[in-house]
Design a protein around this ligand. Structure first.
Ligand code: MG
Length: 392
């Protein structure tokens, strides 16, 4: 079957109640690296060019958790609610696809967050010639039975593989197999298919595509992300001159002064420097590119809009803010009495805890334009974390 004749739905199974990994939350909603297991998988499937739709099967008690988890994730079908077993949940998901009638489905565990686009491609390629495909890995450890706490006989590992997901199927074949299943104890969909006489071809799985189940699996997931994460830095600098007025706005806070700052927006020189630092860290130009001074809609605009936009861009690239260090340069007004308030406001706009935000102030010892009291300058450095991408 040619690519363009395939109509593929990814079915993400996330109805489990598994809370043994801790935090009292079903594990698929627990974050690693600040993003839930479920969302990580959903992002991979929903952005894959050969996947037409993504359907998530959730527990009916988890609607709020789910809505929270998918915020900003495009291209998802309305959820299906799962049943009391994994198998019942998958069948509910398959039945929900009757109107869409895909040619193929990929059935994936919501607790395998590190599925790669390349692995999805291997499964889809295999489905062009086979009714079912199973990503699998060899067994490298010696297998042995345990008799209590005594090591028992060695199990011959010849011909054994470890089964992963996404497991790929011809849609009509797998929905019939699920409807016909005479047991609800199958542990995966390949087993359901096999009971109906469907043969699955093996394709290469991936070690990184492990299932997060036990508390230590979360540690492994965090470590996996840590080595795949890189830090980027951006700097920002801005100056606004004084004009007539009685207050200046810094970090969104109005501070009484003998002058105001002149600018097209609210002239919040501090937020402009921070916004440029953040845009610099993510390679997204500068504030003027996103909010041209020539555009009348930004006249008098609160500058927090600019910074909030930069934060949204950061998140859309799956980046996270590590810290901001802002320095405000002026003789007056005195910044120190307001510093904690500015810091709190900046942290609030950025949506991070306050210890990731630093606000400092300095004078230029009476030298230069700031020394002469002609205006205020601000400079900022932002560091952000991203999933590592190719360098060349
Ligand atoms: Mg400016």
């Amino acid at each position: 079957m040619r690519h363009d004749l395939m109509r593929v739905v990814a079915l993400i199974v996330a109805a489990g109640r598994g809370t043994r990994a801790g935090q009292g939350l079903p594990k698929q909603y627990r974050p690693v690296g600040g993003v839930s297991l479920l969302r990580r998988g959903l992002d991979v499937f929903s952005s894959h060019p050969r996947i037409d739709h993504v359907l998530t099967i959730i527990h009916e008690d988890d609607s709020d958790l789910y809505e929270n988890a998918i915020e900003g994730c495009a291209g998802l079908l309305p959820v299906a609610f799962g049943g009391t077993t994994r198998q019942a949940s998958v069948l509910a998901g398959l039945e929900a696809l009757r109107d869409i009638r895909p040619t193929h489905v990929l059935i994936h565990d919501g607790a395998r967050p590190f599925v790669s686009p390349a692995l999805i491609d291997r499964v889809l390629n295999a489905l062009q010639d086979h009714a079912a495909a199973l990503p699998s890995l060899p067994v490298s450890d010696t297998l042995r039975r345990s008799e209590g706490n005594i090591a028992g006989e060695t199990v011959d590992r010849t011909g054994l593989v470890r089964a992963q997901t996404p497991q790929g199927f011809n849609f009509d074949a797998i929905i019939e197999a699920h409807r016909a299943a005479d047991s609800d104890l199958f542990t995966d969909d390949i087993a359901v298919a096999a009971a109906a006489g469907i043969k699955a071809v093996l394709v290469a799985g991936a070690e990184e595509n492990f299932k997060v189940t036990e508390p230590q699996d979360f540690d492994r997931a965090e470590q996996f992300l840590a080595v795949r994460t890189e830090t980027r830095t951006g700097s920002g600098f801005d100056v606004h001159r004084f004009c007539d007025g009685d207050k200046v706005t810094l970090c969104g806070i109005a501070i009484p002064h003998t002058h105001a700052l002149l600018g097209h927006s609210d002239a919040d020189v501090a937020l402009h420097a921070v916004t440029d630092a953040l845009l610099g860290a993510i390679g997204e130009g500068d504030i003027g590119v996103h909010f041209p001074p020539s555009d009348p809609q930004w006249k008098g605009a609160p500058s927090r809009l600019f910074l909030e936009h930069a934060v949204t861009l950061l998140k859309s690239k799956q980046g996270q803010l590590n810290n901001i260090d802002l320095t405000i340069i002026c003789e007056a007004p005195k910044i120190t009495p307001h510093r904690e308030q500015l810091r709190g406001s900046l942290a609030d706009i950025l949506g991070v805890v306050i210890d990731r935000v630093s606000v400092k102030a300095t004078t230029t010892e009476g030298l230069g334009f700031t020394g002469r009291g002609e205006g205020i300058a601000a400079q900022a450095i932002a560091t952000v974390s991203f999933p590592t991408t190719e360098r060349s």
